[in-house]
Design a protein around this ligand. Structure first.
Ligand code: DOR
Ligand code: ZN
Length: 482
């Protein structure tokens, strides 16, 4: 008899439909010490201290949202690590990657350590932390990697927090320095000089209406940035990830770079797939986000890119602000972004119900691919023996309505208020522990979340043109050699 039968499991889940990227199977799942020890027929499971009946529910790998802003420290009136991770748990999300545009900006070892202390005390779900890669932080790369990051964030364009965008020269040097670490660089790919100039002209012309925001950032802003970042990644061998892909036009430089063998990946968000320019009149400033929600013609190409693999994953850019900050009359003074970590799964499952794609496609984009791209697979992102027991238990048939007032984020204002959805995450489990059960937060799981940097295993780095990096050419001193 094998080992798994001799040592009892902590928990066996019976009766659920287990979703993998390939198929859906009726199976039981045994969990011990936070990890899955067996998936299979009920009578093949080890003895268990506890059982859980998941009849009628689909068991999905918990979603991995690689793009959230939990605002802690610095803007905790908008969100903090506790409210943000509670909101994630209610959305079936078991791992989040938090962005560095907090106060202080996560740009050196001490700031990163301070955020680790906050997150480990408050998080209900697992997390990774990003650090900024900017004009003046290149020399901090070693200490940031040492202090435990999941990846770097590079702001090619200005957005909330106004972190200055690096010059192309600084980006090249930064990519040269990050490439040998193997870490991935996530890009806010909007070219600052184009949109700053357009915004200035629009402000001068007197435009203050919500659609002026879209007019200030046409898709070329993103296309130019994606193409430029891909060239720098190709040259240096740095790994990159394109955040919040918003337009059909970005898909060409992304697909071309993939075809050339560049290690480049991409995400899109529900608002680019499901909202369009027609929604500005209804939502006004609430819809203001960077990059902007665009013309409806972009939606079908973005869906097609998810299905054909050009876009690798779904993320949310969860960007909470207060109602006052979102409803100012002048569009230029409205804060950008809105909460999304809790609504992503129901919105995307609604398209499963509508027949656009399968539930297996969905878990590929929400869990398996993010885990693969970020070096967490097969520890996370999949339901199989050896993986962490991170699950979303979902009623796929439940029709309900999203209401901002019901969000667990501190920010209760979004463009999704009143939207009908089908598919409800009923319980959420992180490493074998219920964090949400029957739509109630398990308060004691505050501080249970852990940083995933310790389990991250990126493939071996593949730096290129190492003999031509700034560091290499500065080290060359022909006059001394002569
Ligand atoms: O709209 C946005 N809001 N886009 C970003 O890139 C940043 C985010 C925020 O932090 O509020
Ligand atoms: Zn963001």
């Amino acid at each position: 008899m094998s080992d798994i039968h001799q040592i009892p499991a902590d928990l066996v889940i019976h009766g659920g439909k287990v979703v993998t990227p390939e198929t859906v199977l009726e199976a039981s799942i045994a969990v011990r010490d936070g990890r899955i020890v067996a998936v299979g027929a009920a009578d093949a499971m080890p003895a268990a201290r506890e059982t859980f009946d998941a009849s009628g529910l689909h068991v999905l790998p918990g979603a991995i949202d690689v793009h959230v802003h939990f605002r802690d420290p610095g803007y905790t009136h908008k969100e903090d690590f506790e409210s943000g991770t509670a909101s994630a748990a209610f959305g079936g999300v078991t791992t989040v990657f938090d962005m560095p545009n907090t106060i202080p900006t996560v740009a050196d070892g001490p700031a990163l350590k301070a955020k680790h202390a906050i997150a480990s005390a408050k998080a209900h779900v697992d997390y990774g932390l990003y650090a900024v890669l900017g004009e003046d932080t290149i020399e901090k790369v070693p200490e940031l990697v040492e202090a435990g990051i999941v990846g770097f964030k590079c702001y090619m364009g200005n957005t909330f927090g106004r972190i200055p965008s690096p010059s192309t020269g600084a980006m090249l040097e930064a990519f040269e320095v990050v490439a040998p670490t193997g870490k991935r660089i996530s890009l806010h790919a909007e070219t600052n000089s184009i949109m700053e100039r357009r915004q200035q002209r629009l402000v001068e012309s007197g435009r203050r209406d919500p659609l002026a925001h879209l007019a200030s950032r046409p898709a070329v802003v993103a296309v130019e940035a994606v193409a430029r970042a891909a060239i720098l990644a190709e040259w240096t061998g740095a790994r990159i990830h394109i955040l919040h892909i918003s337009s059909a036009a970005e898909l060409r430089p992304l697909a071309e770079a993939k075809a050339r063998g560049v290690d480049i990946t991409g995400e899109t968000c529900p608002h680019y797939l499901m909202l369009g320019e027609d929604d500005y009149a209804r939502c006004r400033g609430v819809i203001r986000v960077n990059p902007p929600v665009r013309e409806k013609e972009n939606q079908e190409p973005l869906w097609a890119a998810l299905l054909d693999g050009t876009i690798d994953m779904i993320a949310t850019d969860h960007a909470p602000h207060t109602p006052e900050e979102k409803t100012r009359a002048d569009i230029w003074s409205v804060d950008c972004g809105f909460p999304g970590v809790e609504s992503q799964m129901p919105l995307m499952l609604s398209e499963v119900a509508a027949g656009r794609y399968s539930i297996s496609d969905y878990v590929r984009w929400s869990a398996a691919n993010p885990a693969k791209v970020w070096g967490l697979y097969p520890r996370k992102g999949v339901i199989q023996a050896g993986a962490d027991a991170d699950f979303a238990f979902v009623d796929l048939d439940r029709a309900w309505t999203l209401h901002d007032a019901d969000l667990h984020s501190r920010s209760k204002i979004s463009p999704w208020d009143g939207r009908a959805v089908t598919g409800l995450p009923l319980h959420t489990m992180v490493r074998g522990r219920f964090v949400v059960k029957d739509r109630v937060l398990v308060a004691e799981t505050r501080g249970f979340g852990r940083s995933v940097h310790a389990i991250q295993e990126m493939p071996a780095p593949q730096p290129k043109h190492a003999d031509q990096t700034l560091a290499a050419v500065i080290a060359l001193r022909p006059e001394e050699a002569a």
